[in-house]
Design a protein around this ligand. Structure first.
Ligand code: MLC
Ligand code: AMP
Length: 444
C-alpha cells in the first residue's frame, strides 16, 4: 500500500499543519470521504495551500486511485488556466466527512501530475506512478534511516516533489509524524522540535543567518538539503551551529530523488552522495558516449531505475520520455568519483533557472513579459544571488515607457509569484548573434 502507515494503529497528531492537527485515523477517515466524492473521475486538481486540508484532499485522491494535479495556490490566472485546461482536471469538491475505504489501486496507476517548467513554453505535466513514488520513498527511508520514530518538519510548498512527495507522502508511508510550518521560516523550524528536517538551500541559508534558531536544531537527528546546490558556506555554517553536517540529496520532478548522502555515512560539502536503492546513474559526453567516473570528467548525468516518470501529459495521453536503454537525460552536468560520489556542476541549459529551489523556465517568463503591451522584446536569465541561489533577471526592450515594477507585478499576476523577475533592466537592444538569436551569455 502506498500510504501504508495510515492503516496502522492510530496515532495522535500524525499531521500538524497551520489549519489543523489530525491523528492518523482522522486523516484516513476524512480522506476516505474525499475518495468517495471523486471515485471514477479521470483526474482531479487540488489548490495546494500549505494546509492539512490539502493533505486530506491529496490523500483522498491517492486512496481513490485518481491522479491529482496540485495547483500552486498563488498561480496567476494564466498559469492556473493552463494547468486546469492542459490536464483536464476538475477541482476536488467539498466531500462528506467519511466514506468507504476503496481497495488499494494498481501500483502502476498514475498518482500525481506535477507541472514543471521546460526551457520554453508553459509548464509540462509530469505523470508519476504510485510505484515510482513507493520505490523512491523506500530508497530514501533506507538512506536516511527514516522511521515512524521520526518527526519530520518542513514548510515547503505542497505542489512539488520536495514538499509533497517527500514531505507529505514520505511521512504517510514511513509513519513518521509530520509538522508543516506553513512557511519554511527559521523560527518555525526551531519551534517545531523535529528529528528530521527538509529544506531547500535558501531555507538553510536563512537558518544559518539566524544563529539562535539554528542552534535549536542541535536536537535533530538529520538535516536534509535539496532542490538546488547547497553553498559550501551554508553547509559549514550548519555544521558549526547545529553540530551536524547536512545530508545533501539530488533529484528532479521527472526522476524523483535519486542520489543522496546516507544518515550513517560520510557527508561531503558540495557533493550529493550516491544513488539510492533501485537507481543507477552514469555520465555521457555530448555525443551520448559513456564518460568516465573519475571524479574529474564533467559529463551529462543520466538516471535509470524504478523512480522514473511515466511520461508527459499531452492532449490527455501520457507520452513516454525519450529514453536510450532506459536512461533518462537529466539535463544536469556532473562528475562521479571512483567512489561513486556525485558532484552536480550545474544545468546544461541556461534557460532553466533555479531560484529559491524553484525551477523556472526562461521562456515562460519571457512569454509573460511579451504579453504586456509596452514590451517589444524580452530575455530572461538567472543571475547569482546570495539568498536565492539565482534570481530571475529580465532584460526588456520597451515599446513605450514602462516602469520595471509594473512589469514585475504583471508577471506575478499571470504566473506563480516566484516566477516574477526580481530585477528588470530596460535596455535599448538585446545582444544578438549574426543569426539574430539572443546571446544570453553576453547579458551576464
Ligand atoms: C512579493 N510578493 C509578491 C510580489 N512581490 N507577490 C506578487 N507580486 C509581487 N510583485 C510576495 C509573494 O507573493 C510572497 O507572499 C512573498 O512576496 C514572498 O514570496 P517569495 O518571493 O516566494 O518569497 P521568498 O522569500 O523569495 O521565498 C523563499 C522560499 C521559497 C525559500 C520560502 O523560494 C520557497 O518556498 N522555495 C521552495 C521551493 C521548492 O519547494 N522547490 C522544490 C522543487 S522540487 P507571501 O505572503 O505568500 O509570503 C525539486 C526536486 C528536488 O526541485 O530535488 O527537490
Ligand atoms: P525540479 O524540476 O524543480 O524538480 O528541479 C530539478 C533540478 O533541481 C535538477 O535538475 C537540478 O538542476 C536541481 N537540483 C536538485 N537537487 C539538487 C542538488 N542537491 N544540487 C544541485 N542541483 C539540484
Amino acid at each position: 500500500m502506498l500510504l501504508s502507515s495510515l492503516y496502522g494503529p492510530d496515532r495522535a497528531a500524525a499531521v500538524v499543519a497551520p489549519d489543523a492537527t489530525l491523528s492518523r485515523h482522522e486523516l484516513l477517515e476524512r480522506a476516505s470521504g474525499v475518495a468517495a466524492a471523486i471515485a471514477g473521475r479521470d483526474v482531479v486538481a487540488v489548490d495546494a495551500t500549505p494546509t492539512a486540508a490539502t493533505i486530506v484532499a491529496i490523500t483522498g485522491a491517492l486512496l481513490a486511485g485518481v491522479p491529482v494535479v496540485p495547483i500552486p495556490p498563488d498561480a496567476g490566472h494564466v498559469e492556473r488556466a493552463h494547468l486546469l485546461t492542459d490536464s483536464g482536471a476538475t477541482l476536488v469538491p467539498d466531500a462528506p466527512p467519511r466514506g468507504d475505504l476503496p481497495p488499494e489501486p494498481d501500483p502502476n496507476r498514475p498518482a500525481l501530475v506535477l507541472y514543471t517548467s521546460g526551457t520554453t513554453g508553459p509548464p509540462k505535466g509530469v505523470v508519476v506512478s504510485r510505484a515510482a513514488i513507493a520505490a523512491d520513498l523506500d530508497g530514501l527511508a533506507a538512506a536516511w534511516q527514516w522511521t515512524e520514530d521520526d518527526t519530520l518538519v518542513h514548510g515547503l510548498p505542497l505542489y512539488h516533489v520536495h514538499g509533497l512527495v517527500l514531505g507529505v507522502l514520505g511521512a504517510l508511508r514511513t509513519g513518521s509524524r509530520l509538522v508543516h510550518t506553513g512557511k519554511p521560516t527559521p523560527r518555525g523550524y526551531a519551534e517545531a522540535g523535529g528529528t528530521l528536517y527538509f529544506g531547500v538551500p535558501t531555507v538553510w541559508s536563512r537558518i544559518v543567518a539566524a544563529p539562535a534558531e539554528a542552534r535549536a536544531l542541535r536536537h535533530a537527528r538529520l538535516l536534509v538539503s535539496g532542490s538546488a546546490a547547497l553553498p559550501v558556506p551554508v553547509y559549514e555554517g550548519l555544521e558549526e551551529l547545529t553540530g551536524q553536517a547536512p545530508v545533501e540529496r539530488y533529484g528532479m520532478t521527472e526522476t524523483l530523488i535519486t542520489i543522496s548522502a546516507r544518515a550513517d555515512g560520510e557527508r561531503r560539502a558540495g557533493h550529493v552522495g550516491t544513488p539510492i536503492a533501485g537507481v543507477e546513474s552514469r555520465l555521457v559526453d555530448e555525443h551520448g558516449a559513456p564518460a568516465p567516473a573519475d571524479g574529474n570528467t564533467i559529463g551529462h548525468l543520466q538516471i535509470r531505475g524504478a523512480t522514473l516518470l511515466d511520461g508527459y501529459l499531452r492532449d490527455g495521453a501520457v507520452v513516454p520520455p525519450d529514453l536510450t536503454g532506459g536512461w533518462y537525460p537529466t539535463g544536469d552536468v556532473a562528475t562521479i568519483g571512483p567512489d561513486g560520489w556525485h558532484r552536480i556542476v550545474g544545468r546544461a541549459s541556461t534557460d532553466l533557472i533555479k531560484t529559491g529551489g524553484y525551477r523556472v523556465g526562461a521562456g515562460e517568463v519571457e512569454d509573460a513579459l511579451l504579453a504586456h503591451p509596452a514590451v517589444r522584446e524580452a530575455a530572461v536569465i538567472g543571475t547569482p544571488h546570495d539568498d536565492l541561489g539565482e534570481q530571475i533577471t529580465a532584460f526588456v526592450v520597451a515599446e513605450s515607457p514602462v516602469e520595471a515594477r509594473t512589469l514585475i507585478d504583471f508577471v506575478a499576476g499571470r504566473l506563480a509569484a516566484h516566477k516574477r523577475p526580481r530585477v528588470v533592466r530596460l535596455v535599448g537592444e538585446l545582444p544578438r548573434n549574426p543569426m539574430g538569436k539572443v546571446q544570453k551569455s553576453r547579458l551576464r
